[in-house]
Design a protein. Structure first.
Length: 158
C-alpha cells in the first residue's frame, strides 16, 4: 500500500469515528424517543417536541440571526482586508495582519468581555451586538487568513 492510501484510509476512519457514528446514534435515538438507545419504535415525536417548544424556536431564530449578522460583517471586511494585505505594500502591513489574526488566539469570552467593556452595554440588545461582533471578529480573522493566502497566488497582472 502506498502512503497516500494509508493516509486516506485513516482520514475516512477518523471521519466515521468522529462524525458519522455520533450523528447516526443521535438520529436513531431521536427517532426512538430515547438518547443512545436502540430504536425499538421509530417515531419523530422527540424532534416534533423540540420544534414545538417556544424556547427552542426562539433559540434557533436567535442563533440564526447571530450567524447571519456575523457573516454579513465578516465576509466583506475579511475579503477587503485580505485583498489589501495581499496586493498593497505599505508600512505596518505585518502589524495589521497580526492584529487581524489576534482574535483567533484569544478565547471568544475574552473578546466578548473586551467588547462589552469598550462599548459599555448592559442590555439584551447590546449583548446581541457584542456576541455578533465577537463572531464577526473571528470571521474576519479567518476570512483574512484563508482568502489572503489564496489571493497571493492569483496573478495580479492578468
Amino acid at each position: 500500500m502506498t502512503r497516500e492510501l494509508l493516509i486516506g484510509g485513516w482520514r475516512r476512519a477518523a471521519f466515521a469515528l468522529l462524525l458519522v457514528i455520533p450523528v447516526t446514534s443521535l438520529l436513531l435515538g431521536a427517532l426512538a424517543g430515547l438518547a443512545f438507545a436502540p430504536p425499538d419504535r421509530l417515531s419523530l415525536t422527540a424532534v416534533r417536541d423540540v420544534f414545538a417548544s417556544d424556547v427552542y424556536r426562539e433559540t434557533f431564530v436567535t442563533s440564526f440571526l447571530l450567524g447571519l449578522c456575523a457573516a454579513a460583517i465578516a465576509t466583506p471586511v475579511g475579503l477587503l482586508a485580505a485583498g489589501l494585505l495581499a496586493r498593497v505594500s505599505f508600512i505596518g502591513r505585518g502589524f495589521i495582519r497580526t492584529a487581524l489574526l489576534l482574535p483567533l488566539v484569544l478565547p471568544p469570552l475574552v473578546v466578548a468581555l473586551g467588547l462589552r467593556q469598550s462599548l459599555g452595554v448592559d442590555t439584551v440588545a447590546g449583548a446581541f451586538v457584542v456576541i455578533a461582533l465577537t463572531h464577526a471578529l473571528h470571521g474576519v480573522a479567518l476570512a483574512t487568513w484563508l482568502c489572503g493566502s489564496a489571493w497571493t497566488r492569483i496573478d495580479g497582472n492578468a
